[in-house]
Write a protein that binds this ligand. Structure first.
Ligand SMILES: [Zn+2]
Length: 394
């Protein structure tokens, strides 16, 4: 019998800089799920990658005195090196600068425009330059950017818009009839109550204020903004082709079983992405899981605070399996986890050295003492084994 397919993705990492251990958590978690599913007999496809366009990259590249492409080549290489160092078993590392991806994104944009879901207009609003995001007055927090807390400026630009509201009722219906779609449950309530039920605004899907992006084919002074570019990776990475010449992997693995992402980007994955797919008449992913964050002690990791911990430093010191164990152990399902060098040492000494190390040590000692170090009867099945199995299964 053919193995059942299972398609899992991480978010694609933004190539503005080297990822810290908090950003590395997601790939380790996804890898554990992928390995578990393979062990269960599924035919697993596991995708990760990098989101490489946008104004932030353009600015960073200029500061570094290199082209944006040279800049993202460097950062994407570094991200891939860390994913490999963490011993993660992905099947494709997609980059949004990959030619096959860019071609499909252009076709998708054109199709949405041709069928009237995208139209040209003007965007006026409050703009946060570092976040590259427009906000309405009501979305601001104390007059500042709700995402990063920085000052916003008044801005107006010609832009293309996606008619989100056209699909809102269908999306609400889908979320209501598929309770497993948004996980954990608390995130679903947030999406419904804060965004969907009050009414969706049309989404700005192009920019003219920078050039490092995929150009709109029929209006090349516009570049396609992050949403359609980045989110499409989940299908383009399988070899999706809008003209019907898709790779057989699309038929096999889509819809995805799980998009594993950070809780901060759940809105994009449970509103913008499903609406894009509805407009393209493509089935929706089965589940979007917004995981919590890994904090340093009690606070968010940031370069300005000087508390950033990198995966490669931890791996140099503790070894990769101990680091993988730590991040998986320390992250509860729905609440933020915490990492410090002290916690890492404590966990390693208590769980891995004392508990697991002792168990292995005692087992081997007794095997040597009582059985001469040889397992002679591996198929044995006595009442005591049944008892152990029963307890374990319970
Ligand atoms: Zn901001």
């Amino acid at each position: 019998m053919a193995k059942k397919p299972y398609y899992i993705t991480t978010a694609i990492a933004y190539t503005s800089g080297k990822p810290h251990i908090g950003n590395t958590y997601e790939i380790v978690l996804a890898d554990s799920i992928a390995r578990f599913k393979r062990a269960q007999g599924y035919d697993v496809r596991f995708q990760t990658g990098t989101d490489e366009h946008g104004q932030k990259v353009e600015i960073k590249a200029a500061e570094a005195g290199v082209t944006p492409k040279e800049y993202v080549d460097g950062v994407a290489g570094e991200i891939k090196r860390i994913w490999d160092l963490m011993d993660t078993s992905y099947d494709r590392f997609i980059r949004t600068t990959d030619a096959d991806h860019e071609a499909q994104v252009q076709k998708i944009f054109k199709k949405l425009y041709d069928q009237g879901d995208i139209y040209k207009g003007y965007y006026e609003g409050k703009y946060c330059t570092p976040c590259e995001s427009f906000f309405t007055e009501s979305q601001l927090v104390d007059g500042k950017c709700p995402d990063c807390g920085r000052e916003v400026i008044d801005a107006k630009e010609e832009a293309y818009f996606f008619k989100m509201s056209k699909y809102a009722d269908r999306l609400i219906e889908h979320i209501n009839t598929h309770p497993e779609f948004i996980q954990p449950e608390s995130r679903k309530n947030e999406i419904m109550n804060n965004f969907l039920l009050p009414g969706l605004q049309d989404l700005c899907v192009s920019r003219t204020s920078f050039t490092w992006g995929i150009p709109v084919t029929f209006d090349p002074k516009h570049v396609i903004y992050v949403w359609i570019d980045a989110l499409s990776n989940y299908i383009t990475g399988l070899g999706f082709d809008l003209d019907g010449n898709s790779d057989p992997m699309v038929e096999k693995y889509w819809p995805a079983d799980l998009h594993l992402i950070g809780k901060d980007i759940i809105r994009f994955h449970t509103i913008y992405w499903p609406i894009m797919l509805m407009a393209l008449d493509i089935p929706l992913p089965k589940q979007v899981f917004g995981h919590p964050w890994l904090l340093v002690g009690e606070g968010k990791m940031s370069k300005s605070k000087g508390n950033v911990i990198y995966a490669d430093d931890l791996v140099d010191y503790f070894g990769v399996d101990a680091v993988r164990y730590f991040v998986l152990h320390e992250m509860p399902f729905d609440n933020d986890g915490s990492i410090t060098w002290e916690l890492m040492v404590e966990r390693m000494n208590s769980d891995l050295a004392n508990i697991l190390g002792n168990l292995v040590n005692r087992t081997i000692s007794m095997t040597n003492k009582y059985f001469g170090g040889v397992v002679t009867n591996p198929g044995v099945n006595e009442p005591v084994d049944e008892e152990l199995k029963r307890v374990a299964l319970e």
